[in-house]
Design a protein around this ligand. Structure first.
Ligand SMILES: Nc1ncnc2c1ncn2[C@@H]1O[C@H](COP(=O)(O)OP(=O)(O)O)[C@@H](O)[C@H]1O
Ligand SMILES: Cc1ncsc1CCOP(=O)(O)O
Ligand SMILES: [Mg+2]
Length: 272
């Protein structure tokens, strides 16, 4: 599989266009994170244009953080169009376990075959049918408790599944990897997880046939930039600024060093 360092170089060289259908909290930091990483964000969610735009973008992110009925229709059109045009799309099922509306929306989106799903441990445990300790958008579970369910969800939906927290886990149902790095200040800055899901879309845009490798690269870039920002930060506020400042300068080799593959012999290229 293509290593994170090469995918980062490709992303910086090509500045992929990423359609973000994301929540009001996350829009600004998501656009800034994508720009700092080297991608080109566009927040396009209206029902009238979401499908048309998904055909133009390199990849699409669908995040249900501040959901409403009309946004849901735009999400469906974007997911259907992305699939029809062979473009990867990423699902961030924010707090989907909290309400009937969110659970039903996520069920409808899963039926449209996301390429990749990224959530915190509580969200992924709930997706796998487990009982989670999450409260609202925040996780209350360790990633280690979500790993087996993540693998099962990946198999069930034919998607790559990423679980984030103190250490990150990613599986496509067969292969799996753990990604280190980051900072305990990250969950204290709102919407960094949402921004990470958008970054997964950006990497998927430059590696559309390698969604597992793309996800590993996105997690590793966050891990590496998070470590750098932690050294410079006095608290969550300065961390957010330091994190944006760190992203453009992260060295590709630092990404590769953060990844441990569960079964290295399975780390082959994804299907063409
Ligand atoms: N305790 C922690 N230590 C290091 N990194 C963390 C920690 N908690 C979260 N992160 C990082 O923060 C980012 C967002 O993950 P997370 O907080 O799980 O998502 P969400 O915001 O959706 O709940 C990820 O890069 C993750 O690795
Ligand atoms: C606070 C909040 N409320 C609805 S969406 C949102 C942002 C959640 O961001 P993240 O999932 O990255 O913590
Ligand atoms: Mg989240």
């Amino acid at each position: 599989m293509t290593p994170p360092s090469l995918l980062l170089a490709r992303l910086r060289d090509t500045a992929p266009l990423v359609q973000c259908i994301t929540n009001y909290v996350a829009m600004n930091i998501t656009a800034n994170v994508l720009l700092a990483a080297g991608a080109s964000p566009a927040m396009v969610h209206a029902t009238e244009e979401a499908g048309e735009f998904a055909a133009l973008a390199g990849a699409t992110l669908i995040n249900i953080g501040t959901l409403s009925a009309d946004w849901r229709e735009g999400m469906h059109r974007a997911a259907e169009s992305a699939r029809a045009h062979g473009k990867p799309w990423v699902l961030d099922p924010v707090a989907h376990q909290a309400t009937t509306f969110r659970r039903a929306t996520v069920a409808g989106l899963l039926a449209l075959h996301p390429t990749l799903i990224r959530g915190n441990a509580s969200e992924i445990i709930a997706l796998g049918g487990g009982s989670s300790q999450g409260q609202g958008v925040d996780s209350g579970d360790p990633v280690e408790h979500a790993a087996a369910l993540a693998r099962a969800v990946a198999r069930q939906h034919g998607a790559v599944v990423a679980v984030t927290g103190a250490v990150d886990y990613v599986s496509d149902g067969t292969r799996a990897a753990w990604v280190a790095g980051g900072s305990p200040l990250m969950p204290r800055v709102t919407a960094l997880g949402c921004a990470l899901s958008a970054l997964c879309a950006a990497f998927a845009a430059v590696a559309p046939r390698e969604p597992f490798a793309a996800t590993v690269a996105a997690l590793a870039l966050f891990g590496a930039a998070g470590r750098i920002a932690h050294e410079a930060a006095a608290g969550p506020g300065s961390f957010a600024v330091a994190f944006l400042d760190a992203l453009p300068g992260v060295n590709g080799a630092a990404l590769d060093a953060l990844v441990t593959y569960e079964n290295a012999s399975l780390a082959a290229p994804d299907q063409p």
